[in-house]
Design a protein around this ligand. Structure first.
Ligand code: APR
Length: 171
């Protein structure tokens, strides 16, 4: 089980996986942070396809092609804004991971990489978010053998350290 969930440090836009997950805004029309990096790397066809999807609710996920990315698909999910979801932040963040993984299974995808959703502009404490991510992914992998590998992408050494701690606590 451990090896189906791995941490990797670096830039999610460089990964050769079936899908990378984007921490998007509800309009799905691009932004800063990892959203900006993914749209820059994918090219302008990505936002054109996103514009046909009619947005995305917090905690939900939608899938597009990956275009110029190495990843075949982008799964766009909208994380909770910390302190602005009436106390539902933890549940909504868990839903982002679960709904993204459900989409990957529905599309027959086997390898998927997540950024640390909501821990940038949306202000979710990273240690708490990492434990939710590890717990949710572990539970999903247990019940869904078709997913071969889930990567949690840590952007920088501090993020990697925090996620390593979360892995140890949640094991
Ligand atoms: N690869 C991997 N992780 C990255 C990258 C990258 N290239 N760039 C940033 N990150 C990390 C950040 O360091 C942070 O830990 O992704 C995490 C999520 O941060 P944000 O991108 O700010 O996403 P989020 O906090 O979910 O806020 C989403 O910001 O960019 C806008 O349109 C987006 O409105 C939405 C909001």
């Amino acid at each position: 089980m451990q090896d189906r969930l791995q941490l990797v440090e670096g830039d999610i836009t460089t990964l050769d996986v079936d899908a990378i997950v984007n921490a998007a805004k509800s309009s799905l029309l691009g932004g800063g942070g990892v959203d900006g990096a993914i749209h820059r790397a994918a090219g302008k066809e990505l936002v054109a396809e996103c514009a046909t999807l009619g947005g995305c609710q917090t905690g939900q996920a939608k899938i597009t092609s990956g275009y110029r990315l190495k990843a075949r698909h982008v799964i766009h999910t909208v994380g909770p804004i910390f302190g602005a979801e009436d106390g539902d932040e933890d549940a909504l963040l868990a839903s982002c991971y679960r709904e993204s993984l459900k989409l990957a299974v529905a599309h027959g995808l086997k390898t998927i990489a997540f950024p640390s959703i909501s821990t940038g502009a949306y202000g979710f404490p990273m240690d708490r978010a990492a434990r939710i991510a590890v717990g949710e992914v572990r539970a999903f992998l247990e019940a869904n053998p078709s997913i071969e590998k889930v990567l949690l992408v840590c952007f920088g050494k501090e993020s990697l350290r925090i996620h390593q701690e979360a892995l140890a606590i949640e094991s």
